[in-house]
Write a protein that binds this ligand. Sequence first.
Ligand code: IPM
Ligand code: MN
Length: 370
Amino acid sequence: MKLKKTIILLPGDGIGPEVTRSAANVLQECAREFQHQFTFVEMPVGGAAIDKTGTPLPSETLNACRKADAVFLGAVGGPKWDSLPVGQRPENGLLDLRKGLGLYVNLRPVKVIEPLRGISPLKQDRLGDLDLEIVRELAGGMYFGERGTVKENGVERAFDTESYSTPEIERIAAFAFTRAEARSRRLCSVDKANVLSSSQLWRRTVSAMGTVYPNVKLEHMYVDNAAMQLTLKPTQFDVMLSTNMFGDILSDAAAALVGSIGLIPSASFGTSAPMFEPIHGSAPALAGKDIANPIGAILSATMMLRDTFGLSLEADWAEQSLVRVLNTGVRTADIAEPGKKTVACSVFNDMLHDEMQRTFEHAEKYGWGV
Ligand code: IPM
Ligand code: MN
């Protein structure tokens, strides 16, 4: 089936534009070979938008995203805007966008990429065939709770509030249970119910929902223990469900297990257009040098193809080509090991493009599914 889609590209800051280009190249290649029509529209967000328009999320950007079929975001933030107060920073562009698109689900798959097995800091027997998914609540919690700074008797105090309602917990839990049902039917909900009342409501609500999904084996874990267990025995996890804040922290910890945060994609779903973004930041030190790792961005693009457009053949094609490129031993600098060849981000993209071409021609001749 030939699809017609509008995709908004939000390159953002730092290495954002470089990795966005990598992702867009892959999407464009899929459209070209499979005769889909993808229209790309680039809009400003984050620091780039502050510089251009004075605000990190111009209303034109949000409106365009709302009407789009999918949104791709590179990264936001950087030292240039570090002195701005919370509320006016590039990061607010991203948070307002998540809020504005009603994105309450953030799915972060963490999986060993076979040729990159060696870059994991874990011993191989611990790493095993690590393949887990973090389901992070994205529209609530401390990120969006009441916050402020006050002065009491000459002493400054600042606060941020963690708050969740039952419906907010139910909708993200429903997504996580469904995801677990489609995988190994194990769900680990992570909270801090021994201390926080918001976590107690979280645990109670998730437990109650467990009866609706009797096939899923539900487990609860405190977040401090979960962070430790990720390092000690990560293969015990399949789908992990957590709050906005804990999910943010756990996903960086989990990303480190497979060797680099640059490898991890994410997809966010909600009430309007879905958004796809690598989980890494804008990496200002790497920006503009053509040395960024585009893999997290490319895998975010294949999540868009598979999960939102239903184009699994196209997604498999791109992912298998990516693995074959890695099998030849080329690496961006961040994941280079002795004996491997370091290449620039743009060179990696070109190699992927060539490999996709080779695979496509082969498949045209001998059929897909090989
Ligand atoms: C992420 C990032 C963002 C977050 C920042 C840039 C606001 O760390 O997507 O994980 O905290 O959600
Ligand atoms: Mn993060």
